[in-house]
Design a protein around this ligand. Structure first.
Ligand code: ADP
Ligand code: ADP
Length: 235
């Protein structure tokens, strides 16, 4: 039931003496219904790993599987389609479209797929916007919103189309602690109740405590894991 798998992945930026090894042989699997937090010091390779999981970049060696497809075997068009169908992003750098209002941004994944939301999906979008405190902001453009509101729009957008995998880089970074907890509970519920797989980078141990499993990176390697290993040891 792996939604995303990374096998012996090495990621190098640049070449020769100037090469930077961002990942040095990482294995990771995110299963259906599983919420995984990724922690580690700055520069340890967290963002690189998230980009690979999201199919936004390819490894220097090793394999990245999204469901039953290995991304190295896909051309750009196929990979773009796969991303649109299966993955929701909450990334600092892949922000909102400035010319679209809140509802336009949240509907964007449907537009890109060329699919109208079903009635069930429309209900979900309404609930998400409500729960994220955005119901009275639907006609606002990103620049008319606070950083925290923009982050919540990105979260609504990532969940609205019910992707199999949600990849989130510091999704609560701009939120006050109460709103942050609400967002984390929403992500945990999307995994536990709706079978979505969630991979989240965070620096915040409280945020990580919402996850089923915590993977610690240091210097491009997985150095520790907490959660499922304990569960498996006990079982
Ligand atoms: P983290 O998210 O844990 O801070 P990153 O994945 O951003 O770590 O970075 C891991 C290493 O790779 C760092 O040394 C960083 O400087 C380097 N790196 C990341 N992206 C690039 C890039 N596009 N070009 C060159 N080096 C990069
Ligand atoms: P309940 O029906 O008891 O409210 P649900 O788990 O069905 O419990 O819904 C709780 C919340 O989970 C919803 O209000 C919605 O915002 C959120 N949610 C997150 N992801 C999904 C999803 N894929 N499908 C439906 N609801 C989702």
């Amino acid at each position: 039931d792996a939604v995303a798998q990374v096998h012996q992945v090495v990621k190098r930026y640049g070449s020769g003496d100037a090469a930077v090894h961002a990942l040095r042989g990482v294995d990771l699997e995110v299963r259906r219904g599983e919420f995984v937090a990724i922690m580690g010091p700055s520069g340890s390779g967290k963002s690189t790993l998230m980009h690979l999981l999201a199919g936004l970049d390819s490894p220097s060696s090793g394999e990245v599987w999204l469901g039953e497809r290995e991304i190295g075997a896909l051309d750009d068009t196929a990979l773009t389609l796969l991303r649109r169908e299966r993955i929701g992003f909450v990334f600092q750098a892949f922000n909102l479209v400035p010319t679209l209002d809140v509802i336009g941004n949240v509907m964007l994944p449907f537009e890109l797929r060329g699919a109208k939301p079903t009635r069930e999906e429309r209900d979900l979008i309404g609930r998400l916007l409500d729960e994220l405190g955005l119901a009275d902001r639907l006609g606002h453009r990103p620049r008319e919103l606070s950083g925290g509101q923009q982050q919540r729009v990105a979260i609504a957008r990532a969940l609205a189309s019910r992707p199999r995998l949600v990849v989130a880089d510091e999704p609560t970074g701009n939120l006050d602690s109460r709103t942050g907890r609400e967002v984390l509970a929403l992500l945990a519920g999307a995994a536990a109740n709706h079978g979505q797989a969630i991979a989240m980078v965070t620096h915040d141990p409280v945020a990580a405590s919402y996850a089923d499993r915590i993977v610690f990176l240091a210097d491009g390697r997985v150095v520790a894991e907490e959660g499922r290993m304990e569960a498996e040891r006990i079982a």
